[in-house]
Design a protein around this ligand. Sequence first.
Ligand SMILES: C[S@@+](CC[C@H](N)C(=O)[O-])C[C@H]1O[C@@H](n2cnc3c(N)ncnc32)[C@H](O)[C@@H]1O
Length: 204
Amino acid sequence: MTTVDHPVTPTQPAEPAIRGGWRTPAGLYRLISSPVLRAILGWDLPRYDVRIVDRRPGTVCLEVGSGGGFYTKALKAHLGNESTLIALDPSARGVDSLRRSLDTLPGAQMTYLAADGCRLPLADASADTLFYGYSLEEMPDPLAAVREAHRVLRPGGELVLFLWRPVIKRHRRRPIITTLDQLFERRRAAIGPQNLRLVYRKHD
Ligand SMILES: C[S@@+](CC[C@H](N)C(=O)[O-])C[C@H]1O[C@@H](n2cnc3c(N)ncnc32)[C@H](O)[C@@H]1O
């Protein structure tokens, strides 16, 4: 397993090949995050969904775009107290509020970063797992974000992405998936009416 090193400057500049742009309105986000509504509609339920993430003691997992912590709490419990979970989001207020709500809960040791997923403040090959829960589609440069994921993930590490299909339609997805397939080995792809779940492994 790897340890998290001091922040470094990313080496690869962003290519403006495909842009992000969608921002989920706060009210809509709260509504669609409601566990009751999700149970009724059969939508994502974090404590089940995060089982897709490899669970090994000592793992360093980076969640990029942790937002209000919809998946963070479940990831923390899933990974267990011998692992480290880094919750990263550009919103400093969001990250602070997440710290207050999660620090006392059992599970992985937490680190919180207010930062940009297109310029990750982490050293090369410093994470075992990267998790994106409906966040790549909001990033200003998703291709730069994918290259950053590749830089920060250790060889053999796991990349898990959930994409929300209504906001990342086929024409925007295609170059992203092509880049993912070039950089990583695809392990799993599950397509639902609303979402796409992808699991990749970084080549050794
Ligand atoms: C739809 S929300 C999903 C949040 C959370 N993962 C969830 O499933 O509820 C998208 C998240 O992506 C984050 N985001 C937007 N641009 C980002 C960027 N450049 N780097 C990292 N995260 C970003 C937003 O701040 C927001 O928290």
